[in-house]
Design a protein around this ligand. Structure first.
Ligand code: 4AD
Ligand code: MG
Length: 428
């Protein structure tokens, strides 16, 4: 008999269901099982006297075992679960579970040791369904707008971008590195005439960071497109992309997100507010923030958090673009106008989710900016991309894990990565 998904069961039609034994309740005359698959759960009701064979088969079987149950779904006013119960004719235990090594209230690090069990909960599976919905929506938007999805190599021959934060790997008798961004290759696609591309893939960072929003491998969503007039075009596309993806996710999961994660999906309005870095500090000192010398160059973690408050207070918005960072802290490939890098960070709910920019596409300027940062040999292959004609272009990189975490108001990135990777964790 064919398997019917529990969420699609019809009354009075004999069939087979397969799934996890979520619960077993055994009393004198009756046995109640809750069987769950990815689409739902149902109570399986066994009258012990009538079904001695089934009772025998279930001897010693505990929750989390996997079963196949033949029978029929019937209407039942006593059962809460959709007013439906399943009356079995036969049962097969497909996999016997041992007692679980972790409890629901274990701390996240213990849970990660047994992530495959931790992930089984409805809530955790939901995180990934929502993330999948969000990325699909972004993909849909980009494909509609003539973007081509590409896949660039993650094994690279020279340390990318700055040389810092890169994992080195043995590559036969040579050294190779794990890509810390698809940056150089998405720009290569511009030099190759692709005009509009995006990529979703792993990003590696050899950073000893122990914050709630850093991991050593995360999922990046990057795009790059040609013939822009300024960085404004890049920000505008990111606005449209996020509005589209948040709208779609809200339509599909808005209610459930409220119910399970206690938070609202807010679809932002365009334009998102924009502020220069120096103006941000002028505003947040009013909140009692004490500015340091370092702050002239970048946004501190504390300042990032206050940007959320500022965005809400001043603009009634959840997002804020920060522009006009000084060149010392920005990548050499950002185009500069009057010495100011034409790039931005996008802060959502107090966390950086994106860095983007108009790129320098003119070889001479680019080479000079690379030399100024002392990058010479490492970026030589990259500079070649700009020697034989390259349109003006720009793009950005989104951190998918961070977006998921912020979207669902989950306190740490460890909970939203399928398998977290950090300085102290590369297993399971
Ligand atoms: O800001 P990042 O480092 O920018 C780049 O990689 C550029 N090449 C992008 C560009 O097109 N200009 O990384 C992009 C995003 C960040 O804004 C953040 O959301 C996320 O990736 N991110 C991390 N997420 C988790 N763990 C980490 N260690 C992360 N580092 C960056
Ligand atoms: Mg950044």
């Amino acid at each position: 008999m064919n398997r019917v998904k529990i969420g699609e069961l019809k009354f009075n039609e004999p069939c087979t269901i397969k799934g996890w034994l979520e619960k077993i309740r055994d009393s004198k005359y009756m046995m109640f099982l809750v069987v769950k698959d990815i689409t739902g759960k149902i109570q399986v009701t066994i009258e012990k006297e009538k079904m001695p064979k089934l009772v025998e088969k279930l001897k010693g079987v505990i929750a989390n075992s996997v079963v196949s149950v033949q029978g029929t779904a019937l209407k039942s006013e006593y059962v809460k679960m959709g007013g439906m119960e399943f009356i079995p004719t036969d049962i097969e235990v497909l996999s016997v579970a041992e007692a679980l090594p972790i409890m629901d209230d274990a701390n996240i690090d213990n849970k990660l040791d047994y992530r495959w069990i931790d992930l089984r909960s409805d809530r955790n599976i939901l995180i990934f369904k929502i993330q999948s919905c969000f990325t699909n929506a972004m993909r849909e938007f980009l494909v509609k707008n003539d973007f081509t999805e590409i896949h660039t190599p993650k094994l690279i021959g020279a340390a990318s971008e700055s040389g810092a934060d890169v994992f080195e790997v043995k590559y036969f008798d040579k050294k190779a590195y794990l890509a810390q961004s698809p940056q150089f290759y998405k720009q290569m696609a511009m030099a190759a005439g692709f005009e509009r591309i995006f990529e979703s893939g792993p990003v590696f960072r050899a950073e000893q960071s122990f914050t709630n929003r850093h991991s050593t491998e995360f999922s990046g969503f990057d795009l790059e497109f040609s013939y822009i007039d300024s960085v404004e075009d890049v920000m505008s596309l990111e606005e449209d992309l996020l509005i589209y993806a948040l709208q779609k996710t809200k339509e599909q999961y808005g209610e459930v997100v409220k119910e399970v994660f206690g938070t609202e999906i807010i679809v932002p309005t365009k334009p998102f507010p924009r502020m220069k870095l120096c103006d941000v500090y002028k505003e947040i000192v009013k909140y009692g923030y004490v500015e340091t010398e370092e702050d002239k160059l970048d946004l501190s973690t504390e300042a990032e958090k206050l940007v959320y408050k500022l965005a809400k207070d001043k603009f009634n918005h959840e997002f804020m673009f920060i522009t006009d960072y000084p060149k010392d802290k920005r990548a050499f490939y950002h185009m500069r106008k009057n010495g100011i890098p034409q790039g931005y960070d996008l802060i959502w709910r107090g966390v950086e989710i994106t860095t983007g920019a108009q790129r320098e596409h003119r070889y001479e300027y680019l080479k000079q900016q690379a030399d100024e940062k002392g990058l010479g040999e490492d970026v030589k292959f990259y500079l070649e991309f700009f020697k034989y004609g390259c349109p003006p272009h720009g793009g950005f990189g989104l951190g998918l894990d961070r977006i998921t975490m912020l979207l669902l108001n989950i306190p740490t990135i460890k909970e939203v990565e399928f398998l977290f990777r950090g300085p102290n964790r590369i297993t399971p």
